[in-house]
Design a protein around this ligand. Structure first.
Ligand code: PGA
Length: 250
């Protein structure tokens, strides 16, 4: 059985003062322990997350990192730094990083390998644009991303990776993919993993859906066979919504 995993992606929101308040609220929530929960905060809020969530079962992680351990890479944070503070996750290849910061699959692949080398769980994002969906190129696009981003990963490591299918047209737009479309793409991603690593490993990999997940659609999405979790932007910024998302089973 794959354990459900609901992770908040705060993006570039919450100053340390605001983060401190939200993390205090999150630390007091009564969350379903059957569900793995986490928040990926801005880098500047990570130490607060470590401190405020230490007595809870909510994990924390980063939204990006460089693949080198240290050195002359002004402005970057490293896997060693994230490992040192006990981060669980690092989101890699988010569409906003691919689009605005020109990250390509070769770079993302290096980051995925480096995260695994440092005991961090990569949350690897993939997904198509609206034009690609309308041209029925969504499967091709996602296959290309997954194959390139997971190049060189061992069978033992693939089961530690979380994949987030996030159709770009659904991110922050209020337009969710239908639960059937989301399920079918998550199933398709599982078949790509099976082709590359074998069915046994594909059955272990957790695949999240992301893109306008809210308390009012999480139950339907999580009811789907191939959707094992959600990567949630906007709705993760309010403690009560985060609680409803993690407690979708209650
Ligand atoms: P959203 O963002 O929930 O605000 O659509 C999801 C994401 O980009 O991870």
């Amino acid at each position: 059985m794959r354990k459900s995993v609901i992770v908040g992606n705060w993006k570039m929101n919450k100053t340390p003062t605001e983060a401190s308040e939200l993390l205090d609220q999150i630390s007091k929530l009564d969350l379903d322990r059957e569900v793995e929960a986490g928040v990926c905060t801005p880098a500047i809020d990570l130490l607060l997350a470590k401190d405020k969530l230490s007595e809870t079962n909510v994990n924390f992680g980063a939204q990006n990192m460089y693949f080198e351990e240290s050195g002359a890479f002004t402005g970057e944070i490293s896997p060693t730094m994230l490992q040192d503070i006990g981060a669980s996750y690092v989101i890699l290849g988010h569409s906003e990083r691919r689009e605005y910061f020109h990250e390509d699959d070769e770079l993302i692949n290096k980051k995925v390998l480096s995260a695994l080398d440092h005991d961090l769980t990569p949350i690897l994002c993939c997904g198509e644009t609206l034009e690609e969906r309308e041209a029925e190129k969504h499967e091709e696009k996602v296959r290309g991303q997954i194959e390139a981003d997971l190049e060189g990963i061992s069978n033992e490591d693939i089961e530690k990776v979380i994949i987030a299918y996030e159709p770009i047209w659904a991110i922050g737009t209020g337009k969710t993919a239908s639960s059937d479309d989301a399920d079918s793409m998550c199933g398709y991603i599982r078949s790509i993993i099976a082709d590359k690593f074998g069915e046994e490993y594909a059955q272990k990999v957790r695949i999240q859906y992301g893109g306008s997940v809210k308390p009012n659609n999480v139950v339907e999405l999580m009811g789907k066979e191939n959707i094992d979790g959600a990567l949630v932007g906007g709705a993760s910024l309010k403690a009560e919504d985060f609680e409803s998302l993690v407690n979708y089973n209650k």
